[in-house]
Design a protein around this ligand. Sequence first.
Ligand SMILES: C[S@@+](CC[C@H](N)C(=O)[O-])C[C@H]1O[C@@H](n2cnc3c(N)ncnc32)[C@H](O)[C@@H]1O
Length: 238
Amino acid sequence: MTSTDHSRSDTVPARHGAGIRTFHPRRGRLSGRHLDALDRLWPSYGLMVPDPPEVQVDLSTLFGRRAPVVLEIGSGMGDATVAMAAADSGRDYLAVEVHTPGIANLMAVTERRALTNVRVARGDAIELLHCLPEASLDAIHVFFPDPWPKARHHKRRLIQPAHVELLGSRLVPGGTLHCATDWPEYAQQMRQTLTDDPALVNAYAGYAPRPEHRPVTKFERRALAAGRPISDLIFHRR
Ligand SMILES: C[S@@+](CC[C@H](N)C(=O)[O-])C[C@H]1O[C@@H](n2cnc3c(N)ncnc32)[C@H](O)[C@@H]1O
């Protein structure tokens, strides 16, 4: 696949009939550097979220081996994906993003660091989850999802009951759902929603201590500089 298959806009357009989206539509054009990365590296690292969603993604074929897979939803510029994949070569990391410059950056860094256990899906994570087999993921990471602070936008939040049921169904038994946020009210809602899901059990009595293996991203640095607390939640599938 080449960049001619990508829209020239820097985000993913809504699909006809798609539900309420959890991401901000962004307008803009891709830089030459990003287009170059997409052209050269897409065949090695890229996965377009299938349309129609009935198409199943075969993770062993995607990574060229059979190993536990970690899905990172909303990987942004890919900082956490790269750091965690580099430190964890026994597992494969599939990042999913709608923001094309972030996808291009992640592919470029993956190549530079010669990582073989990273792939990047372009599209809506909710649609991707429908294309993955049940009980196929060792872990799901949701780091600093868009907080959608206005009450009328809460329906756009990634962590909500229907999405959590879908996330849980894609985890292997004992698999991990790790969420982090700098938005205290969203943290409370996440904790309640995850606690209420019968398929999940909290690994801690409440919030998790900050795990050292979760790298600090730009979003976390910005939150800390603004004095906002960070909350981690780690749940397992029963
Ligand atoms: C606030 S940013 C955090 C990025 C990154 N996790 C970090 O900590 O730096 C949230 C990201 O999630 C992405 N996102 C939101 N909803 C998504 C979805 N349904 N599918 C894929 N990406 C999504 C957005 O495009 C955005 O880049």
